[in-house]
Design a protein around this ligand. Structure first.
Ligand SMILES: [Zn+2]
Length: 128
């Protein structure tokens, strides 16, 4: 599968309906049910649309990152010494910076008693 094919977002009928409802709710919040006033510039409309896009991007990042992290609840192998390590009882709450702004995430953390270090078993190239 090409990268473009993997990144394409195709909505089914139900998802499209919910998306349309979400857009209508957001635009009504900003400009009311009648839409923008006469003196609104396209730049103002575009700026709002861009900010909504960034908000959606952060929400998608947060949901998928947290769902992905839930798959790493058990013991994990230390990346340094290869020992099996148990996760700490509470996931770490932290904020990662994305191109759309900060995204709060909850990540399981394992403690390696051999190396005396913590590591994120779900880490997949997220740098902070
Ligand atoms: Zn280790």
């Amino acid at each position: 599968m090409s990268k473009e094919a993997r990144l394409a977002v195709v909505l089914n009928d139900e998802a499209q309906r919910k998306f349309d409802e979400c857009v209508a709710a957001l635009t009504a919040l900003r400009y009311g049910p009648e839409g923008p006033p006469k003196d609104t510039t396209f730049a103002e409309i575009e700026e709002f649309g861009h900010e909504v896009g960034r908000m959606l991007g952060r929400a998608v990042d947060q949901q998928l990152t947290n769902q992905h992290a839930e798959q790493f609840q058990g013991a994990a192998t230390c990346p340094t010494c290869q020992s099996a390590c148990d996760p700490k009882p509470t996931p770490l709450e932290r904020e990662i910076q994305t191109s759309d702004g900060p995204v709060p995430i909850h990540e399981p953390v394992c403690r390696c008693s051999v190396c005396n270090r913590d590591f994120f078993p779900s880490a997949f190239g997220v740098e902070d």
